[in-house]
Every structure is written in C-alpha cells, then in structure tokens.
Design a protein around this ligand. Sequence first.
Ligand code: PDD
Length: 285
Amino acid sequence: MSRIAYVNGRYLPLSHAAVSIEDRGYQFADGVYEVCEVRAGRLVDERRHMARLDRSLREIHLARPMSAKALSAVLHETVRRNRVYDGIVYLQITRGVARRDFAFPPADTPVSVVVTARGSDRARLEQLAADGIAVITVPDSRWRRVDIKSVALLPNVLAKQAAREQGAREAWLVDEAGRVTEGASSNAWIVSRDGKLITRSLGNDILAGVTRSVVVDVVKAQGLAFEERAFSVEEAYAAREAFVTSASQIVLPVVRIDGRPIGNGAPGLIATALRRDYHRHAELS
Ligand code: PDD
C-alpha cells in the first residue's frame, strides 16, 4: 500500500506529494510542527498537541489555516488513509510559498499545510523500553526560543547523529551552567537517589512536551516526590533512574549516560511504571 500525504487540501500518494522550492519552510525553516502518537488508530493527547500548535503559531505570527475541527478531521483522515494502527501523525505548517525575502510575504499568502502518518513497530519499541537506551551529553547550541516547536532543527539533528555515532539513541543537551535542558527530541528526567522525580521547569529553553505534561499530572495525582528544576550532568550520573518522554517514545528508560550505568544499569521501576500506565491517563480521540 502506498503512503498518502495531505498537502494543501489534497490527499496524494507520497511520490506525488510536494511543495515548492520557494516554500518558506524549505528556504528559512519558517514554520512549526506537531507529532502526535497514534495508538489503536486513535490520536493520543490531540487536544494538548493542538493547544501547543496554536501557541507556536501565535509566537511566529502565523494565523491558523483552518478551524480546529477541520484540522482534526485532516489528521484523522490521514491516519485512516494510511491505515496506521500504532504509529505517529506529523503536521507541518509553514508561512507558504513566496519569492525569497526574509521579511514576511504579503498577508494573503496561503500557508502550506502538510500531514503525514506512518506506522511503527510496537514490539520493537517495547523491546527498546525493556532494554533501556543510552544517551550522550552535548552542549546545547540552539537558539533561545526552543519553546516554539519550529521546524528549524539542525542542532537537534547534529546532536542526534553524534549520539548514533557513539552507539546511543538520544543526546541530552547541556546549558552553559552544566545543566541538562532536554533531549534532542525528548524531555529529560531523572529520579534522584532519595527518590525524587526531577525535570527542568518550563521556559524558553525547553519545549513544553505534551508527554511531559501528562506525566507531570500523573506524578502529582499520585503524590510522588517531584521537583521541577534544572539538574546537572553530575546529578544525572548519580541518579537512581533516568528516562525521556516524547510523543513517539512515550516514557523510555535511560540506562547509560556518557557510557556510565545509571542506577543498577537496568530500566528503573518508576520509569517502567509510568510507561506501563501512560495510556490510562492520556486522552484518546
Ligand atoms: N519531538 N523536546 C524536543 C526538542 C522535542 O523535539 C520533543 C518532541 C519533545 C517532547 O515533546 P512531546 O512530548 O510533545 O512529543 C521535547 C517529537 C516527537 C519529534 O520531533 O519527533
């Protein structure tokens, strides 16, 4: 079955799906995106993802191209047409096609909207979670507004590639004070020796992960010890557990950081339980 993409009002086979070389997403990374998990054919946490999309659009002064209801219909239809049961749906909105000029194009320039969906191998992801992943740390060289889910991801690409080359699956980005901001495509968490869950507080220096926000709600509802603050790389090395959260990976235990085993070198109990229970707390639509 060939994959289908939604491109500016039409559903097309991927081989025919294209945007112009003058699209501002291509020229300037002038656009934003969202990734939603698909589980059993339904979208996970769609409302929170759409709320963050609205915020990203506002921050870059781009109007939403269609109503929330219409956008939701496109996301679901793309999932349906691709027969995705477990996987992800990807949405990208850019400032449209215009002659290359840094300043915004005329206000009536239509934005470009692209939606794709693809299946994932759930058994493989479960095995990854059962094994736990390795991460490396690298300096955070991104711009100062990474709270906007912008398609400008070159530093994240380079960090992720460095991780792969060192046999790791994720890179944790580290600020100038030696504290972890977040992963290249995930939020970073540790469980301290005395059992406190710790993740960096929201600000312009991390993305407000939707998975993070659901996990924070669960942690609070369950009354677990929780601190929203920055943690250093040294604290992470000494942690009892570490894990990452993202829409495509949910909760993924980290068992090695820069080659050092975390805790006893196996996935932690808290991370494993959060992963197991996540979809009981998430919203499916
Ligand atoms: N990445 N931080 C960064 C830099 C991210 O790119 C992501 C998500 C997250 C986690 O956010 P959420 O829980 O809402 O997925 C944090 C997505 C999955 C991606 O780019 O593929």
